[in-house]
Design a protein around this ligand. Structure first.
Ligand SMILES: [Zn+2]
Length: 414
């Protein structure tokens, strides 16, 4: 996509759709990388996609102006052997040079931005490749960094940007966080909370083509709010003009719901009776817009509703949770002892066969580590008994007593 020769590159820009030469690959197996790391690639991919489309639009505009100027110059040229009107042509040529210069700036700027996005995508792809097929050292590095990356992603979603940034710097994963997406989202949400639509409209302009493809009506809702604020401030004429400018492109079936309610309010005033109108005028509408924005932003970057960190944590807790769990600070079960509140509302794991865990070594008690009972009724795995015996005596760490090894009995579980 990125070539150093200008003519080739401009030609590829004139394509209506980007040509994808890469063969799509299906995931052969699901593992921790393929299941958890979607966001790591999806976000830079969407950023690159957005940059590509914005560039197309910007270059298209410049291209239109330049073509117009060129044909204008050609028309001004007299027939062969006639004197060229130098002054008129020179002025037009000067303008053409200015426009070409502007085109060049926009072009280099856009291409540099795209290259940066593509590099980020490439870095992350290589990082994940190493996580799947890398050396033992790579796998170890990936494993150690992953938990930090999951925590950083979770912090960013909650709006703890500085904490996330500090942790990313400390563990060296700055290039692997989707900081910019969440930072922009935070700014837009904050401006909506302050009842300011300008930043949100800029965000819409940046993401218009994607919103369009997602069949989103968020832009219409934001325009409705803008006009509504004008109407509320008594500027009904301005509100109508705003609607003319921004809502006239709506299709016939889109003139419904809040758009129609807005028209009534502009016409009849913002204290018009009726639940629909009151709801549209009320301040709660700003919270609705924030909620709508969150959903659209998540859809654009395919961000799941919950962070990977939260999903993993819930899965881990559910794996330990049993129907018999109850809050008990002395229990050896991690859910009963520490995580009972976290486990509320989570499902139980399905365990068809009970597992016995040796209380001393934490190992599973099975055929290769058979259960053995001390005279006081305490049961340990065979491995633990070996470790706890000295000569013909065995020590019980629970009761702090010593017993003769001959009195240790094999237990059978039916
Ligand atoms: Zn429990």
């Amino acid at each position: 996509m990125f070539q150093s020769h200008l003519p080739d590159t401009t030609r590829s820009y004139s394509l209506r759709f980007p040509v994808m030469n890469a063969v799509p690959q299906t995931i052969k197996s699901y593992n921790e990388v393929t299941a958890l790391e979607f966001g790591l690639l999806k976000v830079p991919y969407e950023l690159l996609n957005r940059k590509f489309r914005t560039t197309l639009k910007r270059l298209g505009k410049s291209n239109f102006v330049i073509s117009g100027l060129c044909s204008d110059i050609l028309k001004s040229l007299p027939p062969v052997n006639h004197k060229i009107p130098l002054e008129t042509i020179a002025e037009k040529l000067r303008l053409l040079i200015v426009k070409l210069h502007e085109f060049n700036i926009v072009f280099s700027d856009a291409v540099n931005g795209e290259i940066e996005c593509a590099k980020a995508l490439q870095n992350r792809t290589e990082y994940l490749h190493k996580a799947i097929d890398g050396s033992e050292q790579d796998l170890d590095f990936y494993g150690r960094q992953r938990v930090y990356r999951l925590i950083i992603d979770h912090l960013l979603r909650l709006g703890y940007f500085e904490t996330a940034q500090k942790l990313a710097e400390q563990v060296g994963t700055e290039s692997l966080t989707n900081h910019e997406v969440f930072e922009v989202a935070r700014q837009v949400e904050e401006s909506l909370r302050n009842k300011d639509l300008n930043l949100c409209l800029l965000w819409i302009a940046d993401n218009r083509s994607k919103l369009h493809r997602l069949n989103s009506n968020f832009e219409t809702e934001v325009h409705v709010q803008y006009a509504m604020e004008l109407a509320k401030a008594g500027q009904r004429k301005e509100a109508l003009e705003y609607c003319k400018k921004n809502l006239s492109g709506l299709a016939g079936n889109q003139w419904a719901g809040n758009v129609l309610a807005l028209m009534t309010i502009i016409g009849a005033g913002h204290d018009f009776p009726g639940e629909t109108y009151k709801k549209l005028v009320s301040d709660d509408r700003w919270n609705d817009l924030i909620e709508m924005f969150r959903i659209e932003n998540a859809k654009i970057f395919s961000i799941s509703e919950q962070s990977a960190f939260s999903i993993c944590l819930q899965l881990g807790i559910a794996a330990h949770k049993t129907p018999h769990c109850k809050e008990d600070s002395t229990s050896r079960c991690i859910i009963c002892r520490e995580l009972f509140d976290f486990a509320l509302g989570l499902p139980y794991s399905h365990i068809s066969i009970s597992r016995l865990i040796c209380p001393y070594k934490g190992e599973v008690i099975n055929d290769s580590n058979v259960p053995l009972m001390l005279p006081n009724g305490q049961i340990y795995g065979e491995n633990a008994i070996h470790e706890l015996s000295k000569g013909d005596e065995v020590y019980d760490p629970k009761s702090k007593e010593y017993f003769n090894l001959r009195d240790v009995k094999r237990v059978f579980i039916l």
